[in-house]
Design a binder for this molecule. Sequence first.
Ligand code: NAD
Length: 489
Amino acid sequence: PTMAHSKALLVLENFIDGKFVPCSSYIDSYNPSTGDVYCRVPDSGKEEVEAAVKAAKDAFPTWSSKSPLERSQILNKLADLIEHDLEAFAQAESKDQGKTITFARTVDIPRAVHNFRFFASSILHHVTECSEMPAMGCVHYTSRAPVGVAGLISPWNLPLYLLTWKIAPAIACGNTVVAKPSEMTSVTAWMMCKLLEKAGVPPGVVNVVFGTGARAGEALVCHPDVPLISFTGSTQTAQRITERSAPHCKRLSLELGGKNPAIIFDDADLSQCIPTTVRSSFANQGEICLCTSRIFVQRGIYSEFLKRFVAEAKKWKTGNPSDPTIDVGALISKEHLEKVRTYVKKAQAEGARVLCGEGVDPLALPPGNQKGYFMLPTVIAEVKDESCCMQEEIFGPVTCVVAFDTEEEVIRRANGVKYGLAATVWSGNVGRVHRVAHRLQSGLVWTNCWLVRDLNLPFGGMKASGIGREGAKDSYEFFTEVKTITIKH
Ligand code: NAD
């Protein structure tokens, strides 16, 4: 960009020890709905991470010795401040990520607020264990303490939502943090930093370092003074983080990708199932780790399902994300859009049928959005289970529909991928619902619904979808170190 152009750009700064600090180099960040560079994100490396870790380390003794109640009050205050600016946060998230303003307003930002309120409350209710051994004259009990400086690394699909899902439990438990949001979606994290002082978060408790995974992310993962890393992102990056952190024996929480099945039996209530499965396939442009991308439909209702499903998918309007009537916004980047399109082309080359969307229906965009990264909701049928479209995470508005005959068969096929994050089962038969749910290799199983979450309960994936769980008790256990103490009387 020219000098005149760059003046108009939003320029972010790292937030270290309670202060915004400029960086020596920057990365361009694009508005996915227009294709324009609109923001510059610090390209932090070892030096910036070092400063942030030092600040977090220095802040740890004071922060960790505060009572849970004191920390809880600060988290609640921060939640109030974000909520007060909800509209500004939602606008920024939509512009930065490409998601619709409606999704940002109703899902992303309210959930970020709720993350702080939830852990502000749950931190007050933990009790540790105690076990008596009268014959030995002993009593044992456990005590839990914060671990230290937590490294938090988050992806671009639900930027503030997923980052706060880590920051809130980490600091509620008394840790201090160095967070690195995705370099593609850094704006709302930077906006949150502006509220920390007013909320009463002391300098150094929350530090945010912006930059790429290769530079800033790895510097954090390899830093000897960061004993735990909470990561949400792709399985490939998780493998790299596991390797790079191994020499330090770090504690890792890994929330990764999915290839989530929806299993629809012939006794399902299709009036509920169809709109929900369209939503589970295409919400947030299909860029949610929990999105459905393999739909197994029992043979007797297959044709009817397909007809109604495609008709419903076609109702979803793709276009300018800031228009509140739009259902599908822009994908995160040009490269990602190309990758998603490649999957559709591969499916076609293998003989599958594209029933609607990419390459089949016209995509009309407003003049200002012609260079944006848009794609219509796309439904593919007659795909083979071995196809890359049925095996790999596409992470876009693409879903595959296939037929099955028996319960036994569909369980085997649903489990026949490397991932195991979330599954959906639709049936009116309560016995079958339980049976199938128990046999699916999946950290989460929703039956006759999708995305209904109780944050108290464990969230996370099996197999290549992750290691560890997050939730009230699970996050508390991850972000604290337990000790067993034995007293002889
Ligand atoms: P990604 O793995 O490319 O990046 C995630 C984060 O890791 C980013 O901040 C990135 O900069 C950083 N990173 C990249 N390389 C790194 C390295 N070598 N060391 C340290 N950090 C590094 O993932 P993405 O493309 O941003 O996000 C999409 C993926 O996230 C999908 O696979 C999706 O399923 C997954 N996801 C999972 C969950 C879940 O809860 N299970 C939730 C949302 C997204």
